[in-house]
Design a protein around this ligand. Structure first.
Ligand SMILES: Cc1ncc(COP(=O)(O)O)c(C=O)c1O
Length: 370
């Protein structure tokens, strides 16, 4: 039996009527740019994330760009971040004219190693970006401590609705740093019918700045205080996302149940390291990512047997051709490089049937002769 890595059609079948009705309301009203659903959905996400403000913009990449601009990051500045993330994190740093400065990851969680941050900070460091990878939050309280007065952006593209227990308080993804950014790319736990994003913050001044940046640096039409972007959250996307939001928690719980099933079913295979979730974290399992020394052979085997899988990410950012000018050599970040050789993500989406989960486990186990 073939099992895809993700089956968006299976999810759509369960909510088709709600989504189509929400889209039709926008089409009937013809309010495509910053229509009512944008503001309503901004309130919903601010509520979910316990923040004062949420600002809808076009995609998670622009969100990081806008956050960096609002913090005044520009040419000559440095931004500390992880090399084991989707390209957008470092691409945005480059695109504001600043220099990405990488630090290695914690090999258990794949998230930035807070203990490595202090050594990377220089007088030019203007921000730190922590990324919450695969659905579990980075150790943001430790990142904040290492940052001191330097602002921290939490790239929470993969963690909407995830949380972390910090000093006895449940902190939502994006809530505990200066600015949090999401992504509503269709494959995220909360995915649109296209691109979309939300930026969150508690800070009045930063909110005002980011609201301007998303509409060409203007709040009063045709009067521009700065040069910004055309990066608003599309009204149709806001309507779709608002219709989907009430299902998010159940979808994430379904992913957690599938992850627990895999954890148990693969526990006796010593060649496999199943995901480690810190006790403080509630993961939303945007990915279920195992580590295997024989990753490439396993990947070919799964492909042959029709089991969807993917490698997030096959090349650390410090080794990307476009960043060769930064001067990082192979071996600079051994944990990140080893992760890129060993990781493999398996199907964990909530609509997986019992038979599909069994098939994934049986095929993976058979590769190791079990
Ligand atoms: C960690 C991370 N950061 C940023 C992004 C960029 O988001 P978008 O695709 O919405 O631009 C993604 C999306 O895949 C991501 O996973």
């Amino acid at each position: 039996m073939a099992v895809p890595l993700l089956d968006l059609k299976a999810q759509h079948a369960t909510i088709r009527d709600e989504v189509v009705a929400a889209m039709m309301r926008v089409i009937d009203q013809q309010t495509f740019i910053l229509g009512d659903p944008v503001g309503a959905f901004e309130c919903d996400i601010a509520g979910l994330s316990h923040t004062k403000y949420a600002i809808g913009c076009a995609n998670g990449t622009d969100a990081i760009l806008i956050a960096l601009r609002a913090l005044g990051v520009g040419p000559g500045d440095e931004v500390v971040t992880t090399p084991f993330t989707f390209f957008a994190t470092a691409g945005a740093i480059h695109n504001v004219g600043a220099k990405p400065v990488f630090v290695d990851i914690d090999p258990r969680t794949f998230n930035i190693n807070p203990a490595a941050i202090a050594a990377a900070i220089t007088p030019r460091t203007k921000a730190i970006i922590a990324v919450d990878l695969f659905g579990q939050m980075a150790a943001i309280e430790q990142v904040n401590a290492a940052a001191g007065s330097i602002p921290v952006i939490e790239d929470a593209a993969q963690t909407i609705g995830a949380s972390r227990l910090i000093n006895g308080k449940r902190v939502m993804a994006g809530e505990g740093t200066t600015i949090g950014t999401f992504s509503f790319f269709p494959s995220k736990n909360l995915g649109g019918c296209g691109d979309g994003d939300m930026i969150i913050t508690q800070d009045d001044t930063l909110c005002d700045h980011m609201m301007k940046l998303r509409t060409h640096g203007s709040r009063k039409t045709y009067y521009h205080e700065m040069v910004g972007y055309n990066s608003r959250l599309d009204t149709l996307q806001a309507a779709v996302l608002q219709a989907k939001l009430p299902h998010l928690e159940a979808w994430s719980a379904g992913r957690r149940a599938n992850a627990a099933f895999y954890d148990a079913a693969l526990a006796d295979v010593p060649e496999i390291t199943t995901p480690y979730i810190e006790p403080a974290n509630t993961s939303i399992y945007n990915q279920y990512t195992i580590r295997v020394a024989s990753r490439d052979a396993l990947q070919s085997f799964l492909k042959e047997k029709g089991i969807g899988n993917s490698v997030y990410y096959p090349l650390s950012l410090h080794l990307q051709a476009c960043f060769s000018h930064l001067g990082y050599a192979e071996g600079a970040f051994p944990e990140s490089e080893q992760a890129s050789r060993e990781v493999l993500s398996l199907p964990v989406y909530p609509e997986l049937s019992g038979a599909q989960r069994d098939e994934v486990v049986a095929v993976v186990r058979s590769f190791f002769g079990r």
